[in-house]
Design a binder for this molecule. Structure first.
Ligand code: SF4
Length: 851
């Protein structure tokens, strides 16, 4: 180990330039190192202990925050004095929240509270005087001044300090206990408050140096690529090459990592094994599913739940018996009629679950309701009890990452409890909002084992050691940072005191220092940028334009996957099933697109129905069918209809409507208003139908909602006929199929009939010579059909002169048989008869067709 710089020989200057060996040597000589972040302190610890072959005592390397807290508490403990309560970030935000709640309740949100608090911390670090007259120049800064007064008043009342105020107390200590030699490591430049601390240390005979990296020893390049895709390709080749050479650790720096995180994570997973890379990217705790579900449970109301909340609850894997009842719960979500409502009563949900997922129903049934008000300590107990009642976190085994998330959530409850001295009683709404706020503002990154590739943002990368580093997106937009002054501090003061994001010269220096550090701590550095991002032309950062060009190597062989040829037959024959679920819909789907029929009737897939206010489209169709069935069960023929007066018909219709809507009223699926709307709709439709029925030639009802099994080719289909009439003049049969919407094209002459049901029924009996679709929609009745020559029903077109009914029936028989054979043979090509069918198809993402 070379001792390049001995601390004893150093004069007490403000900054020192050093090499990594120096850092180790200083720690070995007993110096204390302070760093801006805990992660950097841990990294140096790790680096130190790894650099010696024999075990050594742990070095003194701590974060700046820990260092200050130690001095403060050591002093007050030695003096046996009661010290102030030092507030955590959560305490501060809780106080800010209460202040803002009174001032701007309508605009209150997590990011505003965060911004207000950050501004306070910056103002303290830069010694901003809140009484400065410039605060009165804008509404925002004047408003902020008042908030600060309320905040400091509150601190006095509870005898508490913020971290920055604690530093001021440290500076007033007369005989502090301080280390002899102190190195500020990783600080670009000191804030005014830190400079005061530095001077305080010097005054008390502590050698205090700010360590800056030496001039670069590494190879640095710039790499321009055509677009983002080629930038990633170049990075990939470089990474594979270094991995091949056994070089590690390798740092990959992404300035806008937050925006790119999800996509990049997927991209790295595609090219590297999980043990090869780590993302240093802390995310809000509520973005982890385990925590999001816990929060959802705690917010659960025993009154009414939204469709989304029920979905989340029933599908949650973190609830008791989730594994045992997995299928039953999934079925419930997919098929239960309750899931068509946008809002579901808790009691009704539990009732229905009792039949379908009884274990979940029991858990929900036993949930304890919350009181209206409680203290924070009581809320913690109530919340933990609620989680326990639900069996959170479930029975599944935890991975290491899940376990850490779970542990962090438990810590959040401790932090929540620590707010008890700031408030007395809270309503449920206030308590859950406070807890949620705490969770949302807690950034968390699970710890993983050291990996060869480390991906991080610019702020995380600031002091990272490594063998090699690749920094992406080095455009002039990203480096140096754009000016972004603080909203609540007068801009004049921000410029005067050189606060972050206020002066372009300062941002430039900061960026230069950053690049210098990157080059010093890594043996090779590549700074890349894409010339074109989406439609935007990029320029390189001015700080890399002088660097030599990096020429990416030709693609690594592992990047060139061998092409595989795969022959898709699109044919999976049915084996011995003859009867198949689906009825005539099966043939309709096969006619529209073989894959659609395969997905719906072989794979039995269906999309969950979206929740809807009132009754779903399908339910309304069923109601209409039921109402029409009941009226013709009461009136056996047209004569019976004609014998009724107008008021008797209205009375009959009203009675039928009450009967069909009664179950929905009983189950509270329809509110009073929706009931009225639905009843009026049915009444209009039935009256419109009656008018048409009276104009027809005399008829009698032969069958209503008749079920039968029809053999079609290789299949047996279960079908249900809406209505079969006999014309009393001709003795011929007429089939009626009620529809909410008429088909856009009639099936009579289609090669692949998309609405085959009437054609199929026509094959049942050769006396059937009229086929009719009857549209009941928007208060009107619209019939459309086809009949044999000589049929005297109105509104129905006759077959053409050169057509023959028997021949037509043969053609229908052949086309339907062909469809049935196709289905039986398992023909499942994604081949719609019209491309427009794909627009509303629920299997678009499954068949992967590009239209
Ligand atoms: S999206 Fe088009 S091709 Fe795909 S299954 Fe639906 S109809 Fe067929």
């Amino acid at each position: 180990m070379l001792f390049k710089l001995s601390l004893d020989k150093l004069s007490q200057t403000a900054t020192i330039s050093f090499y990594m060996d120096d850092l180790l040597s200083w720690l070995d000589q007993g110096a204390t190192i302070i760093t801006p972040t805990t992660r950097l302190a841990q990294e140096i610890h790790h680096f130190y202990l790894q650099s010696w072959s024999k075990p050594r005592p742990a070095p003194t390397c701590v974060s700046y925050t820990t260092f200050i807290r130690d001095i403060y508490h050591t002093h007050y403990t030695a003096q046996n004095k009661a010290c102030f309560y030092v507030l955590s970030a959560h305490h501060r935000r809780f106080i800010w929240r209460n202040i803002l709640q009174k001032s701007i309740p309508q605009n209150l949100n997590v990011s505003l509270i965060k911004e207000i608090d950050e501004t306070w911390r910056h103002a303290q670090q830069w010694l901003i005087d809140f009484n400065h007259p410039d605060f009165l120049l804008t509404t925002q800064t004047a408003q902020y001044q008042q908030w600060v007064q309320a905040f400091t008043h509150q601190l006095h009342q509870i005898n508490a300090l913020t971290f920055e105020q604690m530093i001021e107390h440290v500076l007033a200590i007369q005989n502090p206990r301080l280390p002899k030699q102190l190195i500020w490591y990783g600080f670009d430049e000191l804030t005014p408050l830190q400079t005061l601390l530095h001077q305080f240390l010097l005054k008390h005979h502590t050698y205090s140096w700010q360590a800056t990296p030496p001039a670069s020893q590494s190879s640095t390049w710039q790499c321009m690529t055509k677009d983002e895709y080629t930038e990633r390709e170049a990075l990939l080749v470089w990474l594979k090459d270094l991995r091949h050479q056994g070089i590690q650790p390798i740092n990959v720096v992404i300035p806008d990592l937050t925006q790119q995180f999800a996509g990049l994570k997927r991209w790295f997973s595609q090219h590297f094994k999980e043990a090869e890379f780590t993302f240093f990217h802390a995310q809000p705790l509520d973005t982890y599913p385990l925590v999001a579900h816990a929060l959802h449970y705690l917010k659960l109301s025993k009154h009414t739940l939204s469709h989304h909340k029920v979905n989340l609850l029933v599908s949650s894997p973190y609830i008791k018996h989730a594994d045992v009842e997995f299928l039953a719960r999934a079925e419930f979500l997919q098929h239960h009629a309750l899931m068509e409502s946008p809002f579901i009563s808790f009691v009704h949900l539990v009732q229905e679950l009792t039949m379908h997922a009884p274990l979940l129903a029991e858990v929900l049934q036993n949930l304890t309701a919350y009181p209206a008000y409680a203290s924070i300590n009581e809320w913690v107990t109530l919340f933990l009890e609620r989680l326990e009642q639900l069996g959170f976190p479930g029975e599944q085994a935890f991975s290491s990452v899940q376990y850490q998330i779970y542990q962090r959530l438990q810590t959040v409850f401790n932090e929540f409890q620590s707010l008890h001295f700031l408030t007395s009683k809270l309503s449920f709404k206030e308590a859950i909002a406070t807890l949620e706020n705490l969770i949302q503002t807690t950034l968390f990154q699970p710890q993983t084992l050291q990996t060869p590739i480390q991906i991080m943002s610019l702020s995380e990368a600031n002091n990272g050691f490594g063998q090699a580093m690749w920094v992406m997106n080095m455009t002039d937009d990203n480096v140096p940072r754009k000016l972004k002054p603080l909203t609540f501090i007068p801009f004049s003061l921000q410029k005067k005191y050189g606060m972050p994001y206020a002066l372009i010269e300062q941002e430039l220096i900061q960026a230069q220092n950053m690049l210098k550090r990157f080059a010093s701590f890594n043996q090779q550095c590549v700074f890349s940028y894409a010339k074109l991002t989406a439609e935007k032309l990029n320029l390189p950062s001015p700080l890399i334009r002088h660097l030599p060009n990096f020429i990416p190597k030709p693609g690594h062989k592992s990047l060139q996957p061998a092409l595989e040829t795969y022959q898709e037959t699109y044919q999976y024959p049915l084996t011995d099933q003859k009867t198949t679920k689906g009825g005539t819909r099966l043939l309709a789907n096969q006619a529209m697109c073989p894959f659609k029929a395969f997905a719906a009737h072989r794979l039995h897939l269906s999309k969950p129905k979206p929740p809807i206010d009132g009754l779903s489209f399908a339910k309304r169709g069923q109601l209409m069918h039921k109402a029409m069935e009941l009226i013709w069960r009461t009136l056996p023929n047209q004569a019976a209809l004609n014998a009724l007066s107008a008021s008797a018909i209205t009375a009959l219709i009203t009675q039928i409507i009450e009967r069909v809507l009664a179950p929905f009223k009983a189950q509270k699926i329809l509110t009073d208003t929706l009931y009225e709307v639905e009843a009026a709709r049915l009444s209009r439709l039935m009256h419109a139908a009656i008018i048409w029925e009276k104009t027809r030639p005399p008829f009698k009802i032969k069958a209503l909602e008749a079920q039968s099994v029809i053999d079609v080719g290789a299949l047996q289909l279960n079908v249900r006929l809406d209505r079969l009439d006999v014309c009393l003049t001709t003795g011929k049969y007429l089939i009626i199929d009620y529809k909410s919407t008429l088909p856009t094209t009639m099936p009579w002459r289609e090669i692949r009939p998309k609405e085959p049901q009437l054609l199929l029924y026509a094959l049942l009996d050769n006396r059937i010579e009229t086929l009719l679709f009857a549209e009941l929609n928007a208060g009107s009745f619209t019939p459309k059909g086809l009949c044999n020559h000589g049929n005297i029903d109105t509104d129905i077109t006759s077959i053409k002169k050169d057509e023959n009914w028997a021949n037509l029936r043969d053609t229908w028989q052949q086309s339907l048989t062909k469809l049935a054979h196709e289905f039986k043979a398992g023909v499942c090509r994604p081949e719609p008869t019209q491309s427009t069918l794909c627009q509303s198809c629920e299997f678009k993402s499954l068949c992967r067709i590009t239209t």
